[in-house]
Structures are given as structure tokens and as C-alpha cells.
Design a protein. Structure first.
Length: 349
């Protein structure tokens, strides 16, 4: 394939350096690698970063979603509205609670839920709505809350940008490819201290006198040490993501970026995702569908009921964008994008 494509630029890569290394070494040398003070410190730092509320750190984003739903009282017989176009972890969390998932079709222009679509899915049994800021673009959380149903704000892709405490409960993921990385990790945040107490009670499972089912979801000190170091870098991470996105948009001949976008993913609409991925791979750039498969397909529901999700799955591709990209890599991605765009800013491939 030639010199350019010998090194494949990966779709995702965490940004880890000396600060993270020193933080983990300090945690190891302390001998306290379970939970304890390191986790409490991270929770406090995170709550201050958000500007208030209470934070409960856990092992994964999926655990955070599960606890957020439980803190809202979601259980068997309840319904939870969620987008069809999102990762399967959101669906799994609803199932963990024994609740019924009710899928809403996203707005194909933004990939986010729209309030009108959510309203059509509500019923007397609806206990919560999960609203992700998909790919880092702010979703209309405030408008959806005005529908009168508690909202779980999913900030896994938007941490460091707008949002964070807009929902009744908010959740975060620190998986290796997210806005900040601890390997695995997640967090529940809320301004409602009662709900925070429910979430914390459910992870403090040991040495309890009652027989309530609780969960071994507590974050480790090693993950918390990584998280504390990454949190300090987060504003710079978001700034770098936006700089790279601006470079790609210039290469494509597009205008300014949407306000508040965190650019967890940089997505382009293409006639054929597989063909576009092959074209970019030939230039040493790994590209993927940003959502593996819409949830309505996993549930065996008719595609006719989810035209927005179907359109997004058919046309949306994601290119590498993350703070660990080196300047030369950014230019290679930009050049590959420029090579496949027509004069009107549309991808030909």
C-alpha cells in the first residue's frame, strides 16, 4: 500500500503520560489499592469539576447506568425510554433492573433524542428516560426533563463540555477510549443527595446487617489515581479535540462547529460506510461505524419504526479524533478526508 499506509492510525487511543504513571505508582506504593481515600478524593475532585452535586465512583459506565436507574426507583414492570441509536450498554442497564426498554428514534440530523419523539414513547409506566449526548454533541436534556419524567443524563461522550448535572441523575464512563480514561471506570453524579445516598448504599455492600442485594461496583484506588490525573488534563483534552475537529472541518470545506460540541467522535456522512472505511484504510486511517448496530435490530423490531436510526447506521462513519493523535497523524487524516470530498463538502466514497 506504500509508505503512507504502513502505519495504521487507530480509531481510538488513550492519552497517558508521566502524570498518570506517577499517580499509579503512588497508589501502588501506598499499599491501598482497593478503594478508600484515593476513591473519595477522586469523587470530591469530580464533584468540584462539575460545579456541585455528589459523585459516586464505580467500576464501569454500565454500573453507573444501573445504579442511576435504581436510584430513580426503576424496577420490574417499569418502562425506560432510550435511543435506538446508541451502544448496547445502555440497553443492558435497563435489563439489569428488570425494566422494559422502550426505544425512541433519534433525530437523524443530530443523532440525539428529540423531545417530540420521546413524548410519543411515554406512558403511565414510564419511570425514566436515558438521554446520551451522542458523540459529544449536547442533547436537549432540559427540554426532555420538561416532559415530566426523570432523566438519566448520559455524559459518557461529553465529559468536559456542556452538561454534567442537567439530568435528575448523570452518569459518566472512563473506559479506555472515553473523554478521560481509567481503563474501566464510571461515576454517578446528582444534586439530589437522597438519590446519591441510594447509589452509595448499593455499592457499600460489605458488613451490612440487612439482606438487601447490593453490588460489588466500587472503583479501585488504581483507577481512581488514574482518574485524578486524567481529570486535571481534561480541559486540555477537550480543547485539543476541538482543534483537531476544526482542522478536519477545514479539510472538508465545512463551516464552524456546532456550539458546545466535545467531539468524542468526528463523524461524516457517506454513501457507503464500508467503501469509505476501505478507502481510508488504504491511506492508513482506521474508520468505523460509531454505533455497531441499532438497538431495535438487537430486539428484533421492525426497521420501519426507526427511520432515523436506520439512516444514521447506513450513512455515518467515524474517523480518528483524540488528544493522543500526533500532529502528523492529524494531517494524514485531514488529507485523506480532503481526497474523498467533492466541491460541495460531500463525501464521494
Amino acid at each position: 500500500m506504500g509508505e503512507m499506509s504502513r502505519h495504521l492510525i487507530p480509531h481510538s487511543r488513550p492519552f497517558l503520560g508521566r502524570e498518570e504513571e506517577r499517580a499509579v505508582v503512588r497508589a501502588l506504593r501506598s499499599g491501598m489499592i482497593g478503594a478508600g481515600e484515593a476513591v473519595s478524593r477522586f469523587e470530591g475532585d469530580f464533584a468540584r469539576f462539575l460545579g456541585g452535586g455528589v459523585a459516586v465512583a464505580v467500576q464501569t459506565g454500565s454500573a453507573a447506568l444501573h445504579l442511576a436507574l435504581l436510584s430513580l426507583g426503576v424496577g420490574p414492570g417499569d418502562r425506560v425510554v432510550l435511543p435506538s441509536y446508541c451502544c448496547a450498554a445502555v440497553l443492558n442497564a435497563v435489563r439489569y433492573c428488570g425494566a422494559e426498554p422502550v426505544l425512541a428514534d433519534p433525530d437523524p440530523a443530530t443523532a440525539n433524542l428529540d423531545p417530540a419523539g420521546v413524548r410519543r414513547r411515554l406512558s403511565a409506566r414510564t419511570r425514566a428516560v436515558i438521554v446520551p449526548h451522542l458523540f459529544g454533541l449536547p442533547a436537549p436534556v432540559r427540554e426532555i426533563r420538561r416532559l415530566g419524567v426523570p432523566v438519566v443524563e448520559d455524559c459518557a461522550m461529553s465529559l468536559g463540555a456542556e452538561g454534567g448535572l442537567l439530568g435528575d441523575v448523570s452518569v459518566f464512563s472512563f473506559y479506555a477510549t472515553k473523554m478521560m480514561a481509567t481503563g474501566h471506570g464510571g461515576l454517578v453524579a446528582t444534586r439530589d443527595r437522597r438519590r446519591a445516598a441510594v447509589a452509595r448504599d448499593l455499592v457499600d455492600y460489605d458488613n451490612r446487617d440487612d439482606g438487601r442485594t447490593r453490588f460489588n461496583y466500587r472503583m479501585s484506588a488504581l483507577a481512581a489515581a488514574l482518574g485524578t490525573a486524567q481529570l486535571r488534563r481534561l480541559p486540555g483534552f477537550v480543547e485539543r479535540r476541538r482543534e483537531i475537529a476544526a482542522r478536519y472541518r477545514r479539510a472538508l470545506g465545512w463551516g464552524g462547529a456546532p456550539g458546545g460540541h466535545a467531539y468524542y467522535r468526528f463523524t461524516v456522512r457517506v454513501p457507503d460506510v464500508e467503501r469509505f472505511a476501505r478507502f481510508m484504510a488504504s491511506r492508513g486511517v482506521d474508520c468505523k461505524r460509531p454505533v455497531y448496530r441499532p438497538l431495535h435490530r438487537l430486539l428484533g423490531l421492525s426497521p420501519a419504526g426507526f427511520p432515523g436510526a436506520e439512516e444514521l447506521h447506513r450513512t455515518l462513519a467515524s474517523v480518528p479524533l483524540y488528544p493522543a493523535l500526533r500532529p502528523a497523524e492529524v494531517e494524514r487524516v485531514a488529507a485523506a478526508l480532503r481526497a474523498c470530498v467533492d466541491g460541495g463538502g460531500r463525501i464521494r466514497t
